[in-house]
Ligand binder design. Structure first.
Ligand code: ADP
Length: 223
């Protein structure tokens, strides 16, 4: 199995681009934020303990996410999946070391790290405007892609929901944590010549055009 890291601040479009990568390569999308939210929904005790940190926009314990990543990777390997897209991990320098070990132990090669760069004001709008349908999962944005009827899904009319950490105060905190703890991770991979940065502004399609050639090249050369 091989891995790539999709890197970038909250709201940079990692989830959207990951979905397209999944479709193109048949890889699996492993987002630590999603794993934590699933664990919370299942009332998993360690995740419940981390809930307040998530609500505040802070990072949860490295051990907790490390354990979730290990477990998920083992599951994917046993299913014979060819590749995995890591999203939201590693998020600080300690997690880089943990990931090195996790990948080495499993002989999983790292194809590369793709970082999406987006300016803060656009990130705030993308996150504060983000809504989703709890029934069909469709995503909207109040500024860029609003539903036809305010607050309701175009597809099934369900009331749209907002993630608890997508409020302005928590968004600012997430961006601060990103700058202070997560951004330094980029320099580590840059020093290892494994980092490629791409402009993350514009529509999902525009961003996709910028990244697909890069990932194609990785799979040709290193896959
Ligand atoms: P974002 O849109 O802020 O990138 P995510 O869905 O990736 O949101 O993560 C939501 C929250 O889950 C984070 O604010 C943090 O509390 C927690 N989290 C996710 N990944 C990690 C990680 N690798 N290390 C620590 N905390 C994490």
């Amino acid at each position: 199995m091989k891995a790539m890291i999709l890197f970038g601040p909250p709201g940079s479009g990692k989830g959207t681009q990951a979905a397209r990568l999944v479709e193109r390569y048949g890889w699996c999308h492993l987002a630590t934020g999603d794993l934590l939210r699933e664990a919370l929904a299942g009332r998993d005790p360690p995740a419940l303990e981390a809930q307040d940190l998530m609500k505040a926009g802070r990072l949860v314990a490295d051990e907790l996410v490390g354990q979730m990543v290990r477990k998920k990777l083992d599951q994917l390997r046993s299913e014979g999946r060819g590749g995995v897209i890591l999203d939201g991990y590693p998020r600080n320098e300690a997690q880089v070391g943990h990931l090195d070990t996790i990948l080495n132990e499993r002989s999983i090669g790292l194809l590369g790290v793709l970082a999406l760069e987006v300016e803060d004001e656009l990130l705030v709008k993308r996150l504060a405007g983000r809504r989703s349908c709890p029934t069909c999962g469709r995503g909207y944005n109040l500024y860029f892609d609003p539903p036809r009827t305010s607050g309701r899904c175009d597809h099934d009319g369900a009331d749209l929901i907002c993630r608890p950490d997508d409020n302005e105060q928590t968004i600012r905190e997430r961006l601060r944590v990103y700058r202070e703890q997560t951004r330094p991770v980029m320099e580590v991979y840059a020093r290892r010549s494994q980092l490629t940065t791409v402009a993350g502004g514009g529509s999902p399609k525009e961003v996709w055009r910028r990244i697909v050639g890069i990932v194609d090249q990785w799979t040709d050369q290193r896959g």
